[in-house]
Design a protein around this ligand. Sequence first.
Ligand code: FES
Length: 196
Amino acid sequence: MPTVIINDESVESQIGERLLDTARRDAAHIGFVCDGNGLCQMCECVVLKGGDHLSPPNQIERIWLTEDQLEYGTRLACQVSVRGPGPVEVLTRAERLRREAIDVISPPPGTNVGENLGRLVNDLLRINVDHVERWPFNMLYALSNTLAVQFSLNNLWQIFGDTIRITTKLLRSDRVSVSDVSRTPPELQSLPKSES
Ligand code: FES
């Protein structure tokens, strides 16, 4: 079975399975507000390793993601499926932001609140700038498809259940700093060091 490492945790996947479904089954920290319909981008993740074991970017990903993002390994987990044995390693945007926020509240040794806050703000700004860069195609796509998405009662129950499982798992998890260089996209590691 293909191995996928999501936010540092190894999970067994299946050939043809979407990364989002693998993540949800394992209660990995990932967003899925639109339930995997390619509308919310909350499932965005960065492929750190094994990208050639995944399906190539599809049309929906090309609507939402810039060329730079795709080149960098950014994918929408609800649009990408496992195609090879792996291992594939990904860091979800939800988890990256969580780690950045924790580093602000409780800075790891050698860092300070200011620089960690700068990184978090920079990341949030970058996410919004990237979205604007894809205007108006992404918004037109979202508007034309939102009404077509129908959540069955079953889906709502599943969304609720998965959210509870993910939250419970997060509350039990050990702290991981985004400053762990092996787990952090390079552009977020390059903050200027504090003068002090
Ligand atoms: S879950 Fe909404 S875009 Fe992937």
